[in-house]
Design a protein. Sequence first.
Length: 203
Amino acid sequence: MRDKEAAYMNVRHKAKVRGGAAVAVAAAMALTLAGCGGDEAKPQASQTPSAADAQTRGAQTPAPSGSQSSVPPPVLATVNGESGVVLTVNSITRDAGGFITVSGQIKNPGDKGFGNTAAWRGTELKTSGVSIAGVTLVDKVGKKRYYVLRDTEGRCLCTTGVVIIDAGQSVPFFAQFPAPPASTTDVEFNFPTFASTPLKISG
């Protein structure tokens, strides 16, 4: 009887040892698989996104307020217009594509909305609608006037859609022109309903 009990206990002990070894092997295999999975995930996380994806994310996700510059843009010229509306030119740059871009802000500091923006489109009738297509650059030395560029459908390469500027509101504007000769650095900017202002081209 004792011999049978001893044999039975010996079998149980071996089973426990084998079971423990199986658990240990299973645990080791699980750790090995987890390690392999981690190695495969790292290259995917470090892949460089395409330029299109980066632009899409940049357009959809606003930059944190802390990254925005608190330095105001430079002021090249300030001109008063009708009803106290103020035109501010912040830049006039010569671009590699053979054109010049003028940009700035139009502010209505008054207490009433300003709606005489239709005058800014000049002789533009239908193609661009309400716009600032009437602005021009004048090269006095070269005795030449430059008008706003157009796209293939005849629409101006300039700000459009400004119908009313509310009291206290500022709206940005831009206009693109053919570039004068490289030797021309000084031009006169004409914006309908505002006085002409001299500007020095950069770039």
